[in-house]
Ligand binder design. Structure first.
Ligand code: AMP
Ligand code: MG
Length: 470
C-alpha cells in the first residue's frame, strides 16, 4: 500500500493544535501491533472529509489508522480534570493522541483522535490499549446518538490489533483494538483546568484565542470574547444535556476531562440507554453514589460549567461568567421540552398545555416503568388519525395499553385537538422521525458482542448499525 496514494494520508491537515506549541501536548509514537483486522469503517463519514468511499480501500484504513504510517506528528494532549469531584492532575491522553485536524466540507475543523493507540507519558501504570468490546460499544453509541439528533463525535474506524488484554470489567483475556474518532474538538474543560493549576493565564488566552476563532467563529475578536465564549458554551452544554435526557441516554462518566469545550458529546465508556424512566439509573458500576446518574446529568453539566469559571476568571470578569451560567436552566428546560414534544409528535405550538403533557408523560413513564424507548416506538408505530375523535383508541393496541391511565389519554387527546389541521397531518411523520424502532439497550449490545467473541461473527454488529442508521 503506497502511502503516497492513500487518500487518508493525503487529506489537507490543518495543524491548529500543533501550531500552538508544545505547552499543550507531548509528541508520541503509536504502538506496533501484532496484527491488523479492519472491523469497521464509517463510510457515511468519508464524504464529510471530501472523500468518496470507494476511493478508500480497507488497506488505506489500516495503513493510516492502524499502522499510523505517513509521518505526521502525533500529539498526546495534556489535561487534568475533576473525577467524581476530586481534582486529578495526573490525567492526559493516556491511550490516544490527536492524529490530525481536517476541514470538513461543512467548513468545520474536525479532530481525528485515536483511542487504544499505545502508551504515552500519561498512561501511568496502564497499558494504553482499548478493548475490542470497548471499541464496538463506542462505535454503536456514537451512531445511535447521532441518529437520535445528539451532537456527538463519531467513529471513523475500528481495527482489531491482535493482543490479549486484562481488564477488571470484562472477561479476560479480552481482544484489543484501536479506534479513530472524528470529533469537533478534544479540548476539554480539564485542558483549561490544568492551565489554571499551573497558573498560566497566558496559555489559557492563547489556547482560547485559537479555539474561539475555530469553534465559535461568530464571536467578534474583542476583549469581551472570553465571556461570550463561556455564555455560548453554557447554551451548547445545556442543549447537549437536554439531548441526552430526551434520548434516554446516561453517559456514565461526566468528569470534566470528558466535557468538550465545543459542547459536543464524546468518550463513551460505561454508558447505557435507560431501560425505563428512572432518574437514579446509573451506568458506571463504580459510580456508587449515583453522582452521574441519568437524572443528575443536567445538574452535573451545570456544576462542571461552574468549575470552569475558575480558569476563565484568570482572563475575564467573574461577574460576566455568572451572567452566562445563569442562562443554563432556561436553555435546558426549553430545549428538553422541545425535544420531548417532538417525541410525542408535536411542535412548540401547543402553548400552555405543553408542560402539562410533558409532566404527565414523565409521571406515566416513571410510575409504570414501561420501556422508555418502547413507549415512544409504539406511539410512532400505532399512531392513528382517529385518535383525535375517540380518546379510547389512543394506544389501545399497544402492548402496555392497560397501563396507560385515563388522564394521560385525555391530555394527549386534548393536544391532538388543539393544534391546527395542517400540523396534525405531520404528527405521524414527526413521531417516526424522532422515535426509532431500535434502541441500543444493554442486552442487545451484549448479544452482538457474544456473536463476535464466541464465533467472530460480525454480521449482527453490521445489521444493528444498519438498523440504528435507518
Ligand atoms: P476515561 O475514563 O476513559 O475518560 O479515562 C480517564 C483517564 O485515564 C484518561 O487520562 C485516559 O487517557 C486514561 N486511561 C484510561 N484507560 C487507559 C489505558 N488502558 N491506558 C492508559 N491510560 C488510560
Ligand atoms: Mg476520557
Amino acid at each position: 500500500m503506497g502511502t503516497s496514494l492513500n487518500p487518508l494520508l493525503n487529506l489537507e491537515y490543518e495543524p491548529m493544535m500543533e501550531n500552538l506549541g508544545d505547552d499543550y501536548y507531548d509528541i508520541v509514537a503509536a504502538a506496533d501491533f501484532p496484527s491488523y483486522f479492519l472491523r469497521y469503517r464509517n463510510d457515511r463519514l468519508l464524504p464529510l472529509l471530501g472523500l468518496k468511499p470507494d476511493s478508500v480501500t480497507d488497506g488505506d484504513f489500516i495503513a493510516a489508522f492502524g499502522q499510523f504510517r505517513g509521518g505526521r506528528p502525533f500529539l498526546a494532549l495534556r489535561y487534568h480534570g475533576y473525577q467524581f469531584g476530586a481534582y486529578n492532575p495526573f490525567l492526559g491522553d493516556g491511550r490516544g493522541f490527536l492524529y490530525g485536524q481536517v476541514r470538513g466540507i461543512d467548513g468545520n475543523l474536525y479532530d481525528l483522535g485515536t483511542k487504544g493507540s499505545g502508551r504515552t507519558p500519561y498512561s501511568r501504570t496502564a497499558d494504553g490499549r482499548l478493548t475490542l468490546k470497548g471499541g464496538v460499544r463506542e462505535v454503536l453509541a456514537a451512531e445511535a446518538l447521532h441518529q437520535l439528533g445528539v451532537n456527538t463525535s463519531r467513529c471513523l474506524s475500528l481495527i482489531e490489533t491482535g493482543e490479549s488484554l486484562w481488564r477488571g470489567d470484562e472477561p479476560s483475556p479480552t481482544r484489543s483494538a484501536v479506534m479513530v474518532r472524528l470529533s469537533k474538538s478534544h479540548i476539554r474543560f480539564g485542558t483549561l483546568e490544568r492551565l489554571h493549576y499551573l497558573q498560566r493565564p497566558d496559555l489559557i488566552s492563547k489556547l482560547l484565542d485559537s479555539a474561539i476563532a475555530v469553534y465559535y467563529p461568530d464571536i467578534p475578536d474583542n476583549e469581551d470574547k472570553y465571556s461570550q465564549f463561556y455564555a455560548q458554551l453554557v447554551i451548547r452544554v445545556a442543549q447537549l444535556a437536554a439531548q441526552w435526557m430526551a434520548a434516554g441516554f446516561c453517559h456514565g462518566v461526566l468528569n470534566t476531562d470528558n466535557m468538550s469545550i465545543a459542547g459536543e458529546s464524546f468518550d463513551y465508556g460505561p454508558y447505557a440507554f435507560i431501560p425505563n424512566y428512572d432518574a437514579r439509573f446509573t451506568a458506571a458500576y463504580f459510580d456508587y453514589g449515583g453522582r452521574y446518574s441519568y437524572g443528575n446529568q443536567p445538574y452535573i453539566c451545570r456544576f462542571n460549567l461552574e468549575l470552569l469559571q475558575k480558569p476563565l476568571a484568570m482572563i475575564t470578569e467573574q461577574s460576566s461568567l455568572e451572567v452566562g451560567l445563569a442562562q443554563f436552566d432556561d436553555y435546558y428546560q426549553q430545549h428538553y421540552q422541545q425535544l420531548m414534544l417532538q417525541k410525542l409528535g408535536f411542535e412548540s405550538d401547543l402553548g400552555m398545555i405543553a408542560q402539562e403533557l410533558l409532566t404527565q408523560t414523565i409521571n406515566l413513564l416513571r410510575d409504570t416503568k414501561i420501556s422508555y424507548h418502547g413507549f415512544f416506538a409504539e406511539l410512532a408505530h400505532e399512531f392513528d388519525s382517529r385518535w383525535r375523535e375517540d380518546q379510547e383508541l389512543i394506544l389501545a393496541k399497544a402492548t402496555f395499553s392497560s397501563e396507560i391511565p385515563d388522564n394521560w389519554r385525555s391530555i394527549y387527546h386534548q393536544c391532538l385537538n388543539q393544534i391546527s389541521s395542517s400540523n396534525r397531518d405531520k404528527i405521524s411523520d414527526r413521531l417516526k422521525l424522532h422515535n426509532p424502532q431500535t434502541a441500543l439497550l444493554r442486552p442487545l449490545i451484549e448479544s452482538v458482542w457474544e456473536s463476535i467473541s464466541e464465533d467472530n461473527d460480525w454480521q449482527p454488529f453490521i445489521s444493528l448499525l444498519d438498523e440504528l442508521q435507518q
